[in-house]
Design a binder for this molecule. Structure first.
Ligand code: NDP
Length: 288
């Protein structure tokens, strides 16, 4: 391996520590802690693990965690009325509805009902529109975390060629918008892309968000490229990313491992978005 390993775990720990340092000042100014409400419907084991770590890390940062666990047969109206209640609750700055929701729930309707100013996941179309038009809003946590790792590694991204593999609303599209805003020349590849290696060969930055283990091969990469692997694939050999790590690490300049790369960034950025939401709602300035 010649590539440097990008230590998302350490970066995320530093980010959480910086967030925790800001909480006492907010508390002094407002008499309360920033609050994050997390809603879990049903018993999906992976979701339950995520929700537990979100609650734990929220409390460790000195913020208030409100956890709402609802049974799998909760109906649409009950869930919508909980979201409304959280929208109105002055102690709640951020609302996160853990996905996936059970099949009988219309997830789009639920996400649309979240107050965009409490939408710390950044999935509401109002926030997608704000990102696309350069207005302040909330950016989905995983791509924002990827951007932080890229800037930490590369500094100014202006003029770099970037390929984002994947165009989902939660990773690929917002990632492309963030890189465009940083003046990269961005190509978005997806399942209909002909000849992906052709695009990757010119890319200084590769973000892989495909959901297929070992999909991006080292021989497709430009030597020295910075590779961000968003993939979390559960295989019989454990967790693996979307990048074929061993071949990529022999060509890339730097690469995120899985686990320990992008994964830990997601919750840290969620806490950051909650801190920002709290400051905006209270009209208190936040030095970033
Ligand atoms: P989606 O399934 O929503 O999107 C996958 C994207 O990959 C689609 O745009 C799809 O194209 C594209 N794709 C599929 N096959 C190919 C192919 N052969 N060539 C090129 N593109 C292809 O996944 P997500 O964006 O939600 O997640 C992607 C990965 O990131 C998953 O492994 C997920 O677990 C992980 N993830 C990790 C997070 C973290 O915290 N680290 C958070 C969120 C996700 P098309 O649009 O044409 O179908």
């Amino acid at each position: 391996m010649s590539a440097a390993s990008i230590d998302g775990k350490a970066f995320a720990a530093g980010l959480r520590a910086r967030i925790a340092e800001r909480v006492p000042t907010f508390r002094k100014a407002t008499g309360r802690a920033p609050g994050l409400a997390v809603v879990l419907v049903g018993e999906d084991p992976a979701s339950a693990v995520y929700v537990r770590s979100k609650g734990k890390q929220t409390r460790e940062a000195g913020m208030e965690s409100f956890e709402h666990k609802l049974p799998a047969d909760t109906d649409q109206a009950t869930l919508l009325s909980l979201v409304e209640q959280l929208n109105m609750d002055p102690a709640v700055d951020g609302i996160l509805v853990q996905l996936p929701l059970p099949a009988h729930i219309d997830a789009d309707e639920v996400l649309l009902r979240i107050d965009p100013d409490k939408d710390v996941d950044g999935f509401h179309p109002v926030n997608a529109g704000r990102l696309a038009t350069g207005l302040p809003g909330f950016v989905p946590c995983t791509p924002l975390g990827c951007l932080m790792l890229l800037e930490d590694r590369l500094g100014d991204l202006s003029g770099l060629d970037a390929v984002v593999v994947g165009r989902s609303n939660i990773v690929g599209k917002p990632m492309a918008a963030l890189l465009t805003a940083k003046s990269c020349t961005v190509t978005v590849a997806h399942s209909r892309t002909h000849n992906l290696p052709h695009y990757l060969r010119h890319a200084d930055i590769v973000v892989a968000a495909v959901g297929r283990p070992h999909f991006v091969k080292g021989e497709w990469l430009k030597p020295g490229a910075t590779v961000i692997d968003v993939g979390i694939n559960r295989t019989e050999n454990g967790l693996t990313g979307d990048v074929d790590f061993d071949s990529a690490a022999s060509v890339a300049g730097a690469i995120t491992p899985v686990p320990g790369g992008v994964g830990p960034m997601t919750i840290a950025v969620l806490l950051r978005n909650t801190l920002v939401a709290a400051h905006r709602r209270e009209g208190v300035a936040l030095e970033e």
